[in-house]
Design a protein around this ligand. Structure first.
Ligand SMILES: Nc1ncnc2c1ncn2[C@@H]1O[C@H](COP(=O)(O)OP(=O)(O)OP(=O)(O)O)[C@@H](O)[C@H]1O
Ligand SMILES: [Mg+2]
Length: 424
């Protein structure tokens, strides 16, 4: 007897609201529902053949939903980032001292999973923190105190100015910011972070700030000022070391952290009395590589995970991991997790449409990976180069040649950890 999904499961899968996260309500909805999707059962071809036409089309719809909702898998690279973000946020949240909290910068190239990795860690943190809160204060009644928002997720506006950056943060809480001046906005941000009990503030796509623009420098300065509000600041961006964000910073080799000078905004707006420097851990989310046995195993494990998620009727075990397939997939995607997901997702659709019902190199050769995602800014390097495709017209900001500058002799400086380049 073949089990088809109960209609309510299928309806829930097909009518889910868009998984946006940039308001408090959307963030909470995403946190609570992100693990709810139940993949379709695996059927073999003869089982599918025995279904009625209506059942077949329902099942096909369900497996398409399964293919476009591939699970987020742990990789050695994502674990390195998760561990650091998790440690910082949890330790900082428990810290009683009034000193500023060290932040985290998560760097990597486009489509390598920065946003998903960080959001996943913070969703778990939020759930644990809420549970602890409710355990300590079980009588708190929803609606009778300020909205509790342990995590605030904000995307950096494409043309960030101090005002629009404040507005983006306040939009998360649904605050009305019309006609507010910058000092008013800053006071409102301070009050919101405090009143809503924010422990971690994520600013995603921070490398949309171009440090040659005065407005953008002011925005970064303002963002640093938020660190005096006892929140853990998490900045996510493409190739942060070469983006100019750290231009004013110096590397502290002993603590293995970047140190940025105190924020001017904090002084101007009286957010703090002392001029505390800001410290950041910088962590790189790398792509898959295929050189050492450990790297090869990690890539194979990921492919096994992908294969387990596919519901193709003529799939054979080892379809993605045997023969020359791993090398082929590496070549097609350069080991970038998001490109791999896109290739497999589109390949699975093609396998269903054509009736081939399995993935092989011939079928995948027909798939052109295209990333037409309006939510990503190509000029900020958020769309990676796709192997075999022409280089996009808009080069990433980080690719802009740096203006030569005379300076002191830096031969003996410790420049911090060397970060990987794409294609290296
Ligand atoms: N560990 C993972 N396992 C499986 N899929 C992943 C993983 N990490 C990311 N992905 C997928 O890769 C795609 C790109 O991920 P994400 O948006 O987090 O990348 P990003 O580094 O933030 O990119 P950008 O710089 O363009 O913002 C997503 O569709 C996501 O589902
Ligand atoms: Mg992202």
């Amino acid at each position: 007897m073949i089990e088809l999904p109960p209609p309510n499961v299928l309806a829930a899968a097909l009518t889910r609201k868009s998984p946006r996260r940039d308001t408090h309500a959307e963030w909470r909805n995403w946190c609570e529902t992100r693990l709810q999707f139940v993949p379709a059962a695996q059927l073999m071809f003869h089982q599918w053949k025995s279904l009625s036409l209506r059942e077949r089309s329902l099942y096909d719809l369900y497996r398409t939903a399964t293919h476009v909702n591939l699970t987020l898998q742990e990789t050695p690279m994502s674990m390195k980032v998760s561990r650091l973000v998790n440690r910082r946020v949890r330790n900082n949240a428990l810290k009683q001292k009034p000193s500023t909290r060290a932040g985290v910068m998560v760097s990597g190239w486009g489509y390598q999973g920065k946003t998903e990795t960080v959001c996943e860690v913070l969703a778990t943190f939020e759930q644990d923190w809420r549970a602890l809160h409710d355990h300590l204060n079980p009588h708190a009644v929803e609606g009778t105190r300020d909205l509790h928002a342990p995590v605030a997720y904000v995307q950096t506006p494409v043309t960030a100015k101090p005002k629009s950056t404040c507005q983006a943060i306040l939009d998360f809480f649904g605050a009305d910011t019309k006609k507010m001046t910058l000092p008013e906005l800053m006071r409102q941000v301070t009050a919101s972070l405090h009143d809503h009990g924010v422990k971690a503030l994520v600013l995603d796509d921070i490398t949309r700030l171009r440090m040659h623009r005065a407005d953008d420098q002011d925005s970064l300065d303002l963002i640093r000022a938020f660190m005096s509000m006892n929140v853990t600041l998490i900045l996510i961006g493409v190739d942060i070391p070469h983006s100019g964000l750290l231009r004013e910073g110096k590397w502290d080799g002993e603590a293995r952290q970047w140190v940025l000078p105190p924020s001017r905004h904090a002084r101007v707006h009286g957010l703090e009395a002392t001029q505390t420097e800001r410290r950041f851990d910088l962590v790189e989310l790398d792509r898959f590589r295929y050189t050492t046995p450990g790297q090869i195993t990690a890539f194979h494990d990921h492919l096994t995970g992908l294969e387990d998620n596919l519901r193709l009727l003529k799939a054979r075990p080892g379809m993605l991991t045997s023969g020359t397939m791993p090398e082929y997939l590496m070549r097609r995607t350069d080991g970038v997790v998001g490109l791999l997901e896109r290739l497999i997702e589109d390949g699975a659709q093609e396998a269903m449409d054509s009736g081939r019902e399995l993935l092989d190199e011939d079928l995948l050769d027909e798939i052109i990976i295209s990333l037409d995602d309006p939510g990503r800014d190509p000029a900020a390097g958020e769309i990676p180069a796709i192997p075999g495709s022409p280089v996009p017209d808009t080069a990433p900001a980080s690719a802009a040649p740096a203006r030569p500058r005379k300076g002191r002799n830096t031969v003996f400086d410790d420049h911090g950890p060397e970060l990987a380049q794409p294609g290296a």
